[in-house]
Design a binder for this molecule. Structure first.
Ligand SMILES: Cc1cc2nc3c(=O)[nH]c(=O)nc-3n(C[C@H](O)[C@H](O)[C@H](O)COP(=O)(O)O)c2cc1C
Length: 303
């Protein structure tokens, strides 16, 4: 192998390879270090970070489905201060690029966290979570309204020079509209997709299993939806698009790359197979070698 260029460039900065771990499924990075070589990852996307600490939603927060997982975590996280004092000293020792997933109820929440991330040395870039279906304020409402999204991205862009990735929601009629709005407002890249609104009913209690009623569906069930969202978004914009949703095998990641993604993230699969991202990476490398590709960017543009 050796000769294959696996690097990915976003806004002039390089990721060592195209396979990262999806936000909310990998903590703040260090939690998985006893299980896999986290420094071999292309990127670590952290759990969502908000200005204040959040306990998250009332349990149960997870419901298994035939081919996926419904979650309603509700952006549980330590908040900005504890992130800076407790997480950053650990992140300093990780060499894989750290991309902080930023969430908020208001525009000023996002700005506060992004300002801090701009000054925070171990942070490579930010991923704006405008697509969380599990909170009452903010979250998905930014990602499903192109004008609101444009205002948010433009405001955040003013405070951050580091790579700014906007994570889109699949819970829209046409994802190319928020994709274009984010690009026009200054995003450096997009990631597609966050989870899909979903419900599981407990037939014995005759109530939804998750107290909020709905949660977000992830896992193998959403792979074809994510691939279609990436394909549509990549056709609509010139900035790079990162594919996420339902990846558990190298073939799944290759679908995303061929559909126009520059990189991918693996999420739900990590709960049962923590080694998935590294297995996916070596499968991509093998495919490229067998098929005669020399760089990841050559995988785009066939359809
Ligand atoms: C338990 C759980 C928590 C999540 N938390 C976040 C989050 O904090 N921020 C975010 O942008 N996405 C979050 N997501 C969505 C994932 O990052 C990813 O977009 C989604 O799960 C689809 O990928 P997958 O099918 O590989 O899991 C979460 C997903 C799960 C399963």
């Amino acid at each position: 192998m050796g000769q294959i260029d696996l690097t990915v460039t976003i806004a002039g900065k390089t990721l060592p390879n195209p396979v990262g771990t999806a936000s909310g499924t990998f903590g703040f990075g260090e939690e998985y270090s006893p299980l896999i070589d986290i420094n071999a990852l292309g990127a670590i996307y952290t759990k969502a970070l908000t200005p204040e600490e959040r306990p998250g939603n009332t349990p149960p927060r997870l419901a298994e489905t035939t081919a996926g997982l419904i979650n309603s975590i509700g952006l549980a996280n330590p908040g900005l201060n504890k992130f800076l004092t407790e997480k950053v000293p650990i992140l300093q020792n990780i060499t894989a690029p750290i991309i902080v997933n930023v969430a908020g109820a208001t525009q000023s929440d996002y700005i506060k966290v992004c300002e801090a991330m701009e000054e925070c040395a171990p942070v490579w870039g930010v991923e704006l979570n405008v697509s969380c279906p599990n909170v009452d304020h903010g979250g998905m409402s930014f990602g499903t309204s192109p004008p609101l999204l444009a205002r948010l991205v433009a405001a955040v862009r003013k405070v951050i020079k580091k790579p700014l990735i906007v994570k889109l929601s699949p819970n829209v009629a046409d994802i190319s509209e928020p994709a274009r709005a984010a690009e026009d407002a200054g995003a450096d890249a997009l990631s597609c997709i966050n989870t899909l609104t979903a419900m599981k009913v407990d037939i014995h209690r005759r109530k939804p299993l998750i107290p909020r009623g709905t949660g977000g569906l992830s896992g193998p069930a959403i792979l074809p939806i994510g691939v279609a969202a990436v394909w549509r978004s990549a056709k609509a914009v010139k900035i790079p698009v990162i594919g996420v949703g339902g990846i558990s095998r190298p073939e799944d990641a290759l679908e995303y790359l061929l559909a126009g993604a520059c990189a991918v993230q693996t999420g739900t699969t990590l709960f049962t197979h923590p080694n998935t991202p590294l297995r996916v990476l070596s499968g991509i490398e093998q495919y490229m070698e067998q098929q005669g590709f020399q760089s990841i960017s050559e995988l785009h543009g066939f359809f």
